[in-house]
Design a protein around this ligand. Structure first.
Ligand code: MRU
Length: 356
């Protein structure tokens, strides 16, 4: 089994055999248990995204597309106008689960546009096409992640130290992943990297997911607390920082897991190249700058109680728990996409690469 298959053999998102439900690997149970959830109702799907049972920008987009297909089969006997209305309501409902990663609305708009463009077809045919479109979104993500991994691999050398934050591997996408894709690909080709995985407070995606993925793939990975990135960089152990992205604005600012912008500032201080890696489904040309990105605020208990036997702060203590931050484009060395690596000036070069 190659490096990435050793991680993804469990498959993070798939349709059930009869295509009446979506099956996901519940990421909240990792690394201790591999539990699959079979989902076929809107509330269960909404919760799966909100509670991070399925998470990572591309993965929630793929999951949402499959979900809309599964749900649409349940009301395909409705006349077209009513079908469209019901479809739109459920799309808006799923879209309300998490606001920051653009892949969710991107995938939902894509499947809705298909429904709107096939007015002349019987609804049952539209639903079949919806299934095909959801599978296409999934397949395209696999292809994009593979290309991103190839481009990313040109930026690093055998023996390099790479620091990553949060989880942008196979679990967050499909197959290789984005930020850690080059590492998996390099590993398959016999290369060795030393990866520092930030634990990523408060939800520990780096500890629970990234170090799990890399360790299982036979990569030399060291888990560090978020506040240790500076000392590791200062020792000269990090040759490049690779992180994922949840929404890249037209000027190259990007939202990613809370703490990413701090890592970028540190990388600048120590003169370490800092890259974000993401598919075109994460680039949002309708969002001019990072200031226009809505940042999700989450439950304070994720900080105060979630991982502890007893609360680690007084109940009445105020808590601020933004799930993402925005890294300014001035801190970014390059943006690695499936079409190539974009360098500054990002606004012009992103437009050029994507013909906008
Ligand atoms: O809150 P999460 O765990 O969904 O946040 C995920 C991230 O910030 C990832 O780095 C990002 O989605 C890129 S995944 C390829």
């Amino acid at each position: 089994m190659n490096a990435v298959d050793s991680v993804t053999h469990a498959e993070n998102i798939k349709l059930s055999e009869d295509e009446k439900s979506v099956i996901i690997l519940d990421q909240t149970q990792l690394p201790n248990r591999q539990v699959h959830l079979t989902l076929s109702n809107p509330k269960g799907m909404w919760d799966a995204i909100k509670l991070l049972q399925i998470r990572g920008a591309p993965a929630i987009g793929i999951f949402a597309a499959y979900s809309m297909y599964v749900l649409a089969q349940q009301y395909q006997d409705l006349p077209y106008e009513e079908f469209v209305k019901q479809f739109h309501e459920q799309k808006e409902y799923l879209n309300s689960s998490r606001p920051t990663a653009v892949n969710l609305s991107w995938a939902l708009n894509r499947v809705e546009n298909l429904v709107l463009s096939e007015k002349e077809k019987p609804v049952s045919e539209i639903v079949k096409d919806l299934g095909a479109e959801a599978k296409k979104i999934h397949k395209e993500d696999i292809e994009m992640c593979t290309k991103i991994s190839e481009y990313g691999l040109t930026l690093i050398h055998d023996g390099d130290g790479i620091l990553t934050h949060c989880n942008a591997g196979p679990l967050a996408t499909s197959r290789y992943g984005t930020a850690t894709g080059p590492i998996f690909l390099g590993r398959e080709r016999g290369m060795n990297f030393h990866v520092f995985s930030d634990e990523t407070r408060p939800l520990l995606q780096g500890a629970r997911l990234t170090s799990y993925e890399l360790q299982n793939a036979g990569v030399d990975v060291t888990l560090i607390c978020d506040n240790m990135a500076s000392i590791v960089m200062k020792q000269g152990w990090v040759n490049a920082v690779f992180v994922g992205c949840d929404r890249v604005a037209a000027n190259g600012d990007f939202a990613n897991k809370i703490g990413t912008s701090g890592v970028a500032i540190l990388a600048k201080h120590y003169g370490i190249p800092f890259y974000t890696l993401g598919p075109s489904s994460t680039i949002d040309f309708n969002t001019p700058t990072g200031d226009d990105i809505k940042i999700e605020l989450r439950d304070p208990d994720e900080i105060k109680t979630m991982w502890y036997k007893e609360p680690m702060a007084l109940k009445e203590v105020k808590c601020y728990n933004p799930s993402f931050d925005v890294t300014d484009h001035s801190l970014v060395t390059g943006i690695v996409t499936e079409r190539g690596i974009v360098y500054p000036p990002f606004k012009e070069n992103l437009k050029k690469l994507f013909n906008k």
